[in-house]
Write a protein that binds this ligand. Structure first.
Ligand code: ARG
Length: 460
């Protein structure tokens, strides 16, 4: 009858155990739970609940458990405990008898689980920051070795205007930088320790909550016990960070899947991150990228799931909240895997610069240039747009690019057109003309890339 035995005359039904027990999944919090317990034992010893010698014994036993936890040696499967908190406490009692029964004084599993889970999220978010930096670096390196490659930029998946490949890389770098800053913001906001909030109303023992917080690596304690035990905003925010970042990864994956298609043929991907077909020997499929795209579903689902779980819950702790963990554990794991494989895929990209340039020249991507040329010659943009459109139509009818039309042909649409027009229709020219901050010209792109290269050198 475990933790609450006194008041109960009958044991739990098997089905109840199945719905109620969380040890099968919250075992992942073992080391956080033990570390929290060590700090708690110090705090209550200081408050006079036990002697210094008693505390030392408890701490020594918990330290042995911690080593086992870190070496994956705790035998959870042999345990009939309900959750990781009762598991750790039971292990302590088994070793120390009555002394072990003192640890839970003034503490509740409600403030315990809130503390454990915050610690776990903080640690994993720190690791995910490194994963995000790795993707950023992979993109920076790929941009650097393919500086001169120009490929079509798309809107509506129609060739729109040519862009430098590093410009494409830098677009995703911007997204991953925002992901990084979102995680950093979250780490600041969640840096408060719930321990000492008791079940919901605080504790009667004279513990030092600021000290507990600092010993566990938090900046300060949570300020309201009701909120502290029932707040799962940090999990929701983590899931939002994961979802947004996965969305970014999926868009990048989709671009690369298209670039890698037979139709585009702009890139090839390494053997190590693609797979073949069991039937069609010629195939080399971008499975890693498709899985990045595909795994978004479960990560977004976890965010949605927890929002629905939390909606309308009365203060303070409710067992519904035990459902906060599995989705978050899975989302963090998938996000980590996807960031790592994305870095590998990017490292493996080989560009076909000729094919990229060829595609960039097709599709009348220089029609805007034609219009801008006419604007420079004094024609209002709307009229210039119209003239350029007519020229495109004529070129389409002849199945030629604009620049293959002769000067007299072009002059049928405007007598302002001179033979200086051919230079501005060139691919490099029209790309580099966009030298405005944030544009795809060599100047802004290489300046932004240099910034990233400098940051990479500094490890950030
Ligand atoms: N296993 C529980 C959870 O994950 C721990 C808290 C249990 N608290 C309680 N009052 N039953 O939420």
């Amino acid at each position: 009858m475990g933790l609450w035995g006194g008041r109960f005359q009958q044991g739990s039904s098997n089905m109840f155990r199945q719905v109620n027990d969380s040890l099968p999944f919250d075992r992942i919090l073992a080391s956080q739970d033990i570390r929290g317990s060590i700090i708690w034992s110090k705090a209550i010893a200081k408050a006079g609940v036990m002697s210094a010698q008693e505390q030392e014994k408890i701490e020594a036993t918990l330290n042995k458990l911690l080593i086992k936890a870190e070496n994956d040696e705790l035998d959870f499967d042999a345990s009939s405990e309900e959750d990781i908190h009762s598991f750790v406490e039971a292990a302590l009692i088994e070793e120390l008898g009555d002394l072990g029964r003192k640890l839970h004084t003034g503490r509740s599993r409600n403030d315990q689980v809130a503390t454990d889970f915050r610690l776990w999220c903080k640690e994993h978010l720190e690791n995910l920051l490194q994963d995000l930096v790795k993707v950023k670096h992979a993109l920076t390196k790929s941009a650097d070795v393919n500086r001169e490659v120009i490929l079509p930029g798309y809107t509506h998946l129609q060739r729109a205007q040519p862009v430098r490949y590093p410009h494409w890389c830098l677009a995703y770098i911007e997204m991953f930088k925002r992901d990084i800053s979102r995680v950093q913001d979250l780490l600041i906001r969640m840096d408060q320790c719930p321990l000492g909030s008791g079940a919901l109303a605080g504790t009667v023992y004279a513990i030092d909550r600021q000290e507990i917080a600092e010993q566990l690596g938090f900046k300060s304690p949570c300020l309201n016990s009701l909120d502290a035990v029932s707040d799962r905003d940090y999990v929701l925010e983590l899931l939002f960070c994961a979802s947004t970042s996965m969305m970014h990864l999926s868009r990048m994956a989709e671009d690369l899947i298209f670039f890698n298609s037979g139709e585009a043929g702009f890139i090839t991907l390494g053997d190590a991150v693609t797979s073949g077909s069991s039937l069609m020997p010629q195939k080399k499929n971008p499975d890693a990228l498709e899985l990045i795209r595909g795994k978004c579903g479960r990560v977004f689902g976890s965010l949605q799931g927890l929002l629905v779980t939390m909606k309308g819950l009365p203060l303070a702790y409710n067992k519904d909240m035990q459902e906060d963990k599995e989705g978050a554990f899975d989302a963090v794991n998938q996000w980590h895997i996807c960031l790592c494989i994305a870095s590998e895929v990017i490292d493996s990209i080989q560009l076909d610069s000729e094919r990229c340039a060829q595609a960039a020249r097709q599709g009348y991507a220089n029609a805007t240039e034609m219009a801008d040329y006419l604007v420079e010659k004094g024609i209002p943009f709307r009229t210039a747009h119209d003239i350029s459109g007519q020229i495109v139509l004529a070129a389409i009818e002849q199945n030629k690019p604009i620049e293959a039309l002769s000067l007299p042909e072009l002059q049928q649409y405007s007598d302002k057109i001179q033979d200086d027009v051919y230079a501005i229709l060139e691919l490099d020219y029209l790309v580099d003309k966009r030298s405005i901050l944030g544009g795809t010209g060599a100047q802004p792109v290489f300046t932004a890339l240099q910034n990233e290269l400098d940051q990479m050198q500094q490890g950030s």
